[in-house]
Design a protein around this ligand. Structure first.
Ligand SMILES: Nc1nc2c(ncn2[C@@H]2O[C@H](COP(=O)(O)OP(=O)(O)O)[C@@H](O)[C@H]2O)c(=O)[nH]1
Ligand SMILES: [Mg+2]
Length: 196
């Protein structure tokens, strides 16, 4: 997918600030450090979303407005990482609530790309978060991130494990922001979710 423009629009701190302008939104969710920002940059072909060695930093819901070469506009939404251990439980609960609130109330949200580090197989917080937003009816696309971190044998085993752990109908798509593995395939899925 060719992206012609992308701009940071706003960092929302409350649901009232979330755009509801009819432009479809795709949100990225997962634990801190799962590779959300890096994957968004890889998809957009541009370093616009801040990546960080300091997990748990994103507190706002960040909206990036992009347009593809066919003239379709869409938002990529960078949600705060879930379950980061080094912030207070109150802060964690607060962020979990904000995420849930966004997923349930955002009228133009078309799907959630949920990242799980391919090496980790899923943590308790991943299952909890996914269960927490399932009822919203928003499609959730589980992605195995950082695929370049495993060799071929480990890679196949890890995808099977994720399928089992999350009860997926098929093996998850694995991506790497580093090698760009899986990026064209992920764009196909995204275009379908955004109805492009
Ligand atoms: N090797 C490798 N490292 C990655 C990949 N994606 C992200 N990272 C690294 O993982 C760390 C966290 O990435 P980031 O995108 O900020 O994660 P976020 O907290 O989920 O937004 C950074 O040091 C990234 O460079 C990937 O596909 N491959
Ligand atoms: Mg990030």
């Amino acid at each position: 997918m060719q992206i012609s423009t992308v701009n940071f629009m706003l960092g929302a701190t409350s649901i009232k600030q979330v755009p509801s302008d009819g432009i479809p939104q795709l949100a990225f969710l997962g634990r801190s450090n799962a590779g959300k920002s890096s994957l968004m940059n890889a998809l957009l072909g541009k370093t616009i979303v801040k990546t960080s060695g300091t997990p748990g930093k994103t507190r706002e819901i960040n909206f990036f407005l992009a347009e593809n070469s066919l003239g379709n506009a869409f938002y990529f939404v960078d949600l705060p990482g879930v379950g980061y251990a080094k912030v207070s439980i109150t802060m964690r609960d607060d962020m979990a609530e904000r995420i849930k609130n966004y997923v349930e109330k955002a009228r133009d949200l078309k799907g959630v790309v949920y990242l799980v580090d391919i090496r980790h197989g899923g943590h308790k917080i991943d299952f909890e978060t996914i269960n927490g937003i399932k009822n919203s009816g928003i499609p959730i696309l589980l992605i195995a991130s950082k695929a370049d971190k495993l060799n071929q044998g480990e890679f196949i085993a890890a995808k099977k494990k994720l399928k089992e752990n999350f009860g997926l109908p098929e093996l998850p798509l694995a991506t790497s922001a580093k090698t760009k593995k899986g990026i064209p395939e992920l764009w196909e899925e995204i275009n379908e979710l955004l109805c492009f």
